[in-house]
Ligand binder design. Structure first.
Ligand code: NAP
Ligand code: G4F
Length: 340
C-alpha cells in the first residue's frame, strides 16, 4: 500500500484527494491544525475509529509554520507521496495579512521541501500552484505564459512554485507543481465568490435573506469542478517525468454570468438580489484567467467535463439540500455578515 501525506486535508481539495487516495487503497496521513472549534467537517465521513485495525486514514496535528514538526512527521510516516495543499488560500484576505500569507503559503512549502531533503526520504512531491500567479498576463494562459502576481497570495505562491522547481533541479526531487485554475464544489469555502453566491441563492430561495453583496462582477474566471481537478492532481504526480502543468477547463465566465446562472437555477433573477459593496474589491484585481490545459491532456489524458453553468447548478442544489435537511436554518451563518 502506498502512503500519502496531505497538508490541507481539511480543505476543499484535501478532502476530495483523501477520498480519491483511499479509494485507490492508499494509506492516507493528513496534517490538521489545532483549532478551538472542529475544523474537520469536510472529512468527517472518512473518519475511522482509532481502534479499528483496518483504518487507513491518520490525522496528525501540525502546522506549515513548524519546521521541526514537519521533519518529525516525515520520519514517522515515511510517505511515498506528499501533496502540499495547505495554504492561506484567500486572495482578498492576503491583502490584510501579507506576512502571514507569505509565512504559510510561501515559506510553508519551503519548510516542507527542506524536511523532505533533510529526512532523505525517497518520495514524490506535489505543490499546489495557482493561476493567480499569471496575474495581469492576458488569457489564454498556459505553461509558457509569464507570471505577474497581483496579490500577496500570488507572490507567495510564485515563491513556492519557484522553490519547488529549484528543489527538482538542484536536488533531483521528484517534484511537480500543478498550476490550477479556479475549481469549486459544494465543499468550497463559504467566502469564495461562487459559494458565496450559491449559499445566497439557497438562503434567498428559502426566504431567509433578500440580497447578497458582491464586489467586482466583471472579473473573468475559468471555473471547474474540484473532484475532476483532484483527479488531475493525482495523475500529474504519477508521471515519470516530473514537470509543471496547467489544469483548467478553458472556459471563461464573468462573476455576473455565474450569478445569473446560479439564481436562474433556483428560478430567481440575480438583478433583484445582488448589490455592490466596495469592501469586496481588491487593491489590485486579476481581470481575466482562462487556462489552456492541452499539455495535461496530452500528458495523461485529463479532460474536465464540468464548466461554470453546470457547476452553478450542482452547487445551488447542494446548498438548497443542506439548508432543507438541517431543519434549523437559523443556526446557519447569514450571508450578509461582511466576511471577504
Ligand atoms: P482551502 O479549502 O482554503 O484549504 C486550505 C487548507 O490549508 C485547509 O485545510 C487549511 O486548514 C490548511 N491550512 C491553512 N493554514 C495552514 C497552516 N498554517 N498549516 C497547515 N495547514 C494550513 O483551499 P483549497 O481550495 O482546498 O485549495 C487547496 C490548495 O490549492 C491551496 O494551496 C490553494 O491555495 C491552492 N489552489 C486552489 C485553487 C482553487 O480554485 N480551489 C486554485 C489554485 C490553487 P483549516 O481547515 O484548518 O483552515
Ligand atoms: O472566488 P474568489 O475569491 O477567487 P480568486 O480570487 O480567483 O482565488 C481563488 O482561485 C485561485 C486560482 O485562480 C486560487 F489560487 C485561490 O486560492 C482561490 O481559490 O474571487 C473570484 C473573483 C475575483 O475577481 C473577485 O474580485 O470574484 C470577484 N468577487 C466579486 N465579488 C468576489 C466577490 N470574490 C469574493 N471572494 N467575494 C466577493 O464578494
Amino acid at each position: 500500500m502506498k502512503r500519502a501525506l496531505i497538508t490541507g486535508i481539511t480543505g476543499q481539495d484535501g478532502s476530495y484527494l483523501a477520498e480519491l487516495l483511499l479509494s485507490k487503497d492508499y494509506v492516507v496521513h493528513g496534517l490538521i491544525r489545532r483549532s478551538s472549534t472542529f475544523n474537520t467537517s469536510r472529512i468527517e465521513h472518512l473518519y475511522t475509529d482509532p481502534h479499528d485495525p483496518d483504518r487507513r486514514l491518520f490525522l496528525h496535528y501540525g502546522d506549515l509554520t513548524d519546521s521541526a514538526r514537519l521533519v518529525s512527521l516525515l520520519m514517522e510516516i515515511v510517505p511515498d507521496e506528499i501533496y502540499n495543499l495547505g495554504a492561506q488560500s484567500h486572495v482578498r484576505v492576503s491583502f490584510d495579512e501579507p506576512e502571514h500569507t507569505g509565512a504559510v503559503t510561501g515559506l510553508g512549502s519551503v519548510r516542507l521541501l527542506e524536511a523532505v531533503r533533510q529526512s532523505k526520504i525517497e518520495c514524490r512531491y506535489y505543490q499546489a500552484s495557482s493561476s493567480e500567479m499569471f496575474g495581469s498576463t492576458p488569457p489564454p494562459q498556459d505553461e509558457s505564459a509569464p507570471f505577474h502576481p497581483r496579490s500577496p497570495y500570488a507572490a507567495a505562491k510564485l515563491y513556492a512554485h519557484s522553490m519547488t522547481q529549484m528543489y527538482r533541479e538542484a536536488y533531483g526531487l521528484h517534484a511537480v507543481s500543478g498550476i490550477l485554475f479556479n475549481h469549486e464544489s459544494p465543499r468550497r469555502g463559504e467566502t469564495f465568490v461562487t459559494r458565496k453566491i450559491t449559499r445566497a441563492v439557497a438562503r434567498i430561495k428559502m426566504g431567509l435573506e433578500k440580497r447578497v453583496y458582491l464586489g467586482n462582477l466583471d472579473a473573468v474566471r475559468d471555473w471547474g469542478y474540484a473532484p475532476e481537478f483532484v483527479e488531475g492532481i493525482w495523475r500529474m504526480l504519477q508521471m515519470d517525468d516530473p514537470r509543471d502543468l496547467v489544469l483548467a477547463t478553458g472556459v471563461g465566465t464573468t462573476v455576473k454570468e455565474f450569478a445569473h446562472a446560479a439564481f436562474a437555477h433556483a428560478g430567481l433573477d440575480w438583478q433583484e438580489h445582488v448589490e455592490f459593496d466596495d469592501r469586496y474589491l481588491r487593491a489590485a484585481e486579476v481581470n481575466a484567467l482562462i487556462g489552456n490545459a492541452s499539455a495535461a491532456r496530452s500528458a495523461f489524458g485529463w479532460d474536465p467535463t464540468i464548466t461554470a453553468n453546470r457547476l452553478a447548478g450542482i452547487m445551488v442544489e447542494a446548498d438548497l439540500e443542506a439548508l432543507q435537511s438541517t431543519g434549523k436554518p437559523w443556526i446557519d451563518r447569514p450571508i450578509t455578515a461582511g466576511w471577504s
